[in-house]
Design a protein around this ligand. Structure first.
Ligand SMILES: Cc1cc2nc3c(=O)[nH]c(=O)nc-3n(C[C@H](O)[C@H](O)[C@H](O)COP(=O)(O)O)c2cc1C
Length: 387
């Protein structure tokens, strides 16, 4: 069955695609943000799109999820539409990357569609409204938060638990004008401001669009960063009687040694997950003339490399650390491939732009069929099956 909303998306797609990629995305965000505030809209979306298969029910960081398909970071940078994204049928949603202070990002144009490659190039550079605006939204949109109250908020812990209807991850980063030596402070302050709202945090050290950010993946720097963030998380968790998982998001562009170094550092700290991978700088497989554009490449051309990284990580980390696979997933088979390589869950961004809101339901249907064909009783049993 093709839902009417998906039908409308397909009809409107040429209109969306006639404007530049960022304008189209911004229009979609504003539309969904406004429309989903009306009572009944999210239940309507849920009725249109949400279709859960018991075979996909699993656990993520000890919590039950309806399915292991998530929305990747960058789609909803400021946490404006995550309830609607849950209504589309995602099992979990990651908002951000958010930085302590708001920033405008790189000059436009900065997102490019490469339809012949089923890919996108972006050099947004963490454009976002900052942690306080996000906190204000998450707290319900009514209570205004003054940044000067930060300490008070951290200690009181009187924020409501996260208000979304699924697992909500928050992806945090550093501001462009924060020197690399002070990056730890940015991550710590973002974590402190948003701690009450997140089911997990992702430490983003892999975006190619913030100068030198990827250097934080180097041994000493990563070690220093994880030391600061883990000790801050421990204090906050103790104060609030919680256990907040911390994840690290990695780049696909490291060589074997670089990736191995990251793994060894991660193993030294209480890190619960790794997200593999962010976008790539590699342009070797592209047909489009837009391949000359600077920025991170996502979509189909990233698929094989991100799966390779997942495979390497699973060999090293096993199931001790949860691997979330992301990069070029367009259908159930792509998701299955990443799960068999070692991902306990997967995320999607680029395919959603090309395929529209019906994609999540389609991937879930296809993935359950593939599991059934292989006589696998639950998706969790397929994790790392190929290793
Ligand atoms: C326009 C755009 C913006 C993105 N912004 C972020 C971001 O802010 N933080 C982040 O960790 N990843 C970001 N990503 C990377 C995605 O989360 C994902 O890792 C990558 O796109 C690979 O998945 P895909 O092939 O399904 O798109 C962005 C990707 C795109 C296309």
């Amino acid at each position: 069955m093709n839902s009417s909303v998906n039908f409308i998306f397909r009809k409107l797609r040429p209109l969306f695609f006639s404007s530049d990629a960022e304008t189209a995305h911004e229009r979609m965000l504003s539309l969904v943000e406004i429309v989903s505030k009306f009572p009944g809209i999210n239940p309507f979306l849920r009725w249109q799109f949400r279709e859960e298969q018991p075979i996909l029910r699993t656990k993520l960081f000890g919590k039950n999820v309806q399915n292991p398909i998530g929305l990747a970071a960058g789609f909803d940078k400021d946490g404006r539409i995550h309830p609607a994204m849950f209504a589309l049928g995602f099992g979990f949603t990651e908002i951000g990357t958010v930085t302590p202070r708001s920033q405008s990002g790189n000059p436009k144009p900065r997102i490019f569609r490469l339809p012949e490659d089923q890919a996108l190039i972006n050099r947004l550079g963490f454009n976002n409204q900052g942690v306080w605006k996000m906190a204000e939204r998450l707290v319900s949109g009514t209570k205004k938060i003054n940044p000067d109250e930060a300490d008070l908020i951290d200690q009181s812990g009187d924020y409501p638990a996260n208000i979304a209807s699924g697992i909500l991850g928050i992806n945090i980063g550093k501001n462009k004008d924060t020197p690399l030596q002070k990056a730890n402070e940015d991550f710590v302050s973002a974590l402190s401001a948003l701690h009450p709202f997140a089911d997990y945090f992702t430490i983003n050290v892999s975006s190619p669009n913030t100068e030198d950010l990827r250097k934080l993946q180097q041994k000493e720097m990563l070690s220093g960063l994880l030391e600061s963030v883990c000790s801050c998380r421990e204090k906050l968790d103790q104060n609030h009687f919680r256990k907040t998982p911390l994840l690290v998001k990695l780049s696909p562009d490291m060589d074997e040694e670089g990736l191995g170094n990251c793994v060894r550092v991660i193993q030294q700290f209480p890190i619960q997950g790794v997200i593999a991978t962010n976008t790539t700088m590699d342009r070797s497989q592209l047909k489009s003339s837009l391949k000359i554009e600077q920025g991170g490449l996502s979509g189909k051309p990233l698929k094989a490399r991100s799966t390779e990284v997942i495979r390497t990580l699973f060999k090293e980390l096993g199931k001790e650390v949860t691997i979330i696979g992301v990069g070029g997933i367009f259908n159930g088979e792509d998701a299955y491939e990443k799960i068999r390589a070692g991902a306990a869950a997967v995320q999607i961004y680029t395919a959603l732009i090309y395929e529209g809101p019906g994609l999540v339901r389609r991937i879930k249907r296809e993935l359950s069929q593939l599991l059934e064909q292989d006589s696998i009783k639950n998706v969790a049993d397929a994790v790392g099956f190929d290793s």
